[in-house]
Design a protein around this ligand. Structure first.
Ligand code: A2P
Length: 283
């Protein structure tokens, strides 16, 4: 598996297996074990996915050495602020029960983000979190918070796919050497993306499926990608993108597919309130 180097010197597998929306009472355990068996070594969860325990149990039971698996989790909004973030970090560590967390993110960038970040910096210094980053930061939110951070985020995990290439935030992230992690990297199965003629021409040329072409574009463009699939064949083949390379011209053709629009706008009025009211994470 190809790895990228983060701005703190740690490395991260270019493709991760996301467990958003997979129930935490068994299905996540099975899915993570299946993903590890298929060759994934990077699992992306969150406190707000309610399945950290299953992720941890699958990793412990996998027989794969802990240091060979990269695990991301995320702090939920209710735990923002310095003191409360310490509680949230401790809760994730306890639920996962895998010693340390490779990458921990501010899941939604509202409220007392600076306080939460300070607690994350301390947990990183103590070795509980190996790398720290943010998620869902728009350019406006980035400009509000990141200049005040002592440690620059290793990643910003945002919605990204060929139709929504986040060019403005990427330009800001270059300054801090922050990598982009893509959620909805396949446009959440958007048919207009998968059947796009530019993608389909490359399907024919390389003998890969549309998802593989898109994931190859993303990784080749320096993006860490988190494709989701419940189909065992696609879970496996979505990793099989390292035996071909898109030409510079092909990369530019896909870059030209950007519409500048996605499904989630972190700056939209009411988003913070909607997320805050969504649920409560319990110990
Ligand atoms: P399935 O679960 O049947 O594989 P995203 O990661 O952007 O949220 O997209 C997930 C969607 O993309 C799911 O509907 C998934 O369906 C589909 N998908 C996953 N891998 C591929 C692939 N290689 N080609 C086409 N569709 C895919």
């Amino acid at each position: 598996m190809m790895r990228f180097t983060l701005n703190d010197g740690n490395t991260i597998p270019a493709i991760g297996f996301g467990v958003f929306m997979i129930p935490g009472d068994g299905p996540t355990y099975d899915a993570v074990l299946a993903a590890l068996k298929a060759g994934y070594r990077h699992i992306d969860t969150a406190a707000a996915y309610f399945n950290e325990e299953d992720v941890g149990r699958a990793i412990r039971d996998s027989g794969i050495p802990r240091e060979e698996i990269f695990v991301t989790s995320k702090l939920w909004l209710q735990d923002h602020g310095y003191e409360q973030a310490k509680v949230g970090i401790a809760r994730s560590l306890r639920k996962l029960d895998i010693g340390y967390i490779d990458l921990y993110l501010i899941h939604q960038p509202y409220g007392d983000v600076p306080g939460a970040w300070k607690a994350m910096e301390e947990a990183k210094a103590e070795g509980k979190l190996k790398s720290i980053g943010v998620s869902n930061m728009s350019p406006a939110i980035w400009k509000k918070f990141v200049p005040g951070f002592e440690t620059k985020p290793a990643v910003n995990q945002v919605e990204f796919n060929p139709l929504y290439q986040e060019k403005e935030i990427r330009a800001l992230m270059v300054e801090t050497n922050t990598l982009l992690e893509a959620w909805y990297p396949l446009g959440h199965g958007d048919a207009s993306l998968l059947s796009n003629p530019t993608i389909q021409a490359l399907v024919d040329k390389y003998g890969k499926n549309a998802g593989q072409i898109i994931l190859r574009f993303e990784v080749q463009d320096g993006v860490i990608t988190l494709p989701k699939s419940t189909n065992p064949e696609r879970i496996r083949t979505n990793l099989d993108i390292f035996d071909f390379e898109l030409t510079g011209d092909e990369m530019n053709k896909i870059r030209a597919m950007d519409t500048g629009k996605g499904s989630h706008d972190p700056d939209a009025p009411g988003v913070e309130q909607m997320l805050r009211g969504a649920f409560v994470i319990e110990d």
